[in-house]
Design a protein around this ligand. Structure first.
Ligand SMILES: Nc1ncnc2c1ncn2[C@@H]1O[C@H](COP(=O)(O)OP(=O)(O)OP(=O)(O)O)[C@@H](O)[C@H]1O
Length: 293
């Protein structure tokens, strides 16, 4: 069994005023990757390209080690996708869509589907396009979960979803990940989701991956340091991301290297504080947007 759930090599998609990629990225089986980026950074376009909803100009996608253009039916049966995909079936009721969709998936679990409908209080007889935005997201989530996919591609699954259902989704995703062969790639603007379920974070900006890292690395590598003094060498160091005062302090994304430099410069660190995930993500997104100016 291949250890890679998803491999993207040189993947690019061009619209008139936007280019995605080239994207090179690998998602290991058994992990949760959160895709983060400002509005319009290309997260949905990336999912659309992976799912073959739009055709890439260049590059390849492998799902579980297989080229996605080959055996399309077989790999799609292993993938659950949430991202406004029921456009052409939207005039049907949830029950009719489920009857239709269930035929695509040999692993469809009707018992699970009915349980999820109840859990999320969905009226099966209501038309998809007559449901609210949050309810449509919940329906998509239920349909994706009901065929027990090996890979979940979730494009803002909790967008517009009420707080109680958001919590249920998080619980369901955590339970889903109890199976070590399961994998999730989730695009989200909700940092609680990132904090609670992801192993890796991938940041997209203007169609390109600007950084990807293990979530727990943040607590080891990023810090705010209170310092006795600062030299230009420290201020201009590649890992010094911000300097504020009073009291004089800096933010680093490589605490080991910065502390070594401070020692070399004869500067004392009087206090050290880890950064929260929210602060780190904000720094990364702001740095990416400043590089555009
Ligand atoms: N079919 C299309 N034709 C032309 N341009 C498009 C098309 N679809 C998306 N785009 C453009 O691609 C860019 C990326 O859009 P995309 O929806 O992928 O961003 P996103 O990161 O998912 O944004 P958000 O966080 O707001 O959901 C935008 O500038 C958008 O206008």
């Amino acid at each position: 069994m291949t250890s890679s759930a998803l491999t993207l090599v040189g993947l690019s998609k061009e619209y008139k005023s936007f280019t995605l990629g080239p994207v090179d990225f690998e998602v290991q089986r058994g992990t949760v990757v959160s895709l983060i980026g400002t509005n319009g950074s290309g997260k949905s376009t990336l999912f659309h390209t992976i799912m073959g909803i739009v055709q890439p100009e260049k590059g390849t996608v492998q799902v579980f080690g297989e080229d996605y253009k080959k055996n399309e039916v077989a790999w799609k049966q292993k993938v659950g996708y949430v991202g406004e995909q029921y456009g052409t079936l939207a005039y049907l009721t949830v029950k009719e869509i489920a009857a239709f969709v269930s035929r695509w998936y040999p692993s469809w679990d009707q018992h699970k589907y009915l349980g999820l409908l109840k859990r999320y209080q969905i009226d099966e007889n209501k038309k998809f396009n007559k449901s609210s935005k949050g309810t449509r997201r919940k329906i998509e989530f239920i349909l994706a979960m009901s065929h027990s996919p090996e890979l979940l591609l979730l494009d803002e699954p909790s967008e517009g979803v009420d707080i109680v259902s958001q919590r249920k989704m998080k619980e369901d995703l955590l339970e889903y990940m109890n199976n070590e062969n399961h994998t999730i790639v989730i695009a989200t603007h909700i940092l609680d989701e990132v904090r609670q379920i992801s192993d890796y974070i991938c940041v997209l900006d203007q169609g390109k991956i600007v950084t990807a890292f293990e979530k727990d690395e943040i607590y080891e590598k990023w810090a705010r340091l209170w310092v006795s003094d600062l030299t230009d060498t420290v201020r201009n160091h590649q890992h010094t991301l911000d300097v504020t005062h009073p009291p004089l302090q800096l933010v680093t994304d490589n605490v080991e290297s910065t502390e070594a430099l401070l020692e070399q410069e004869g500067i004392q660190v009087t206090h050290r504080q880890s950064l929260s995930l929210d602060e780190v993500i904000t720094f990364i997104l702001e740095a990416a947007s400043h590089s555009k100016e």
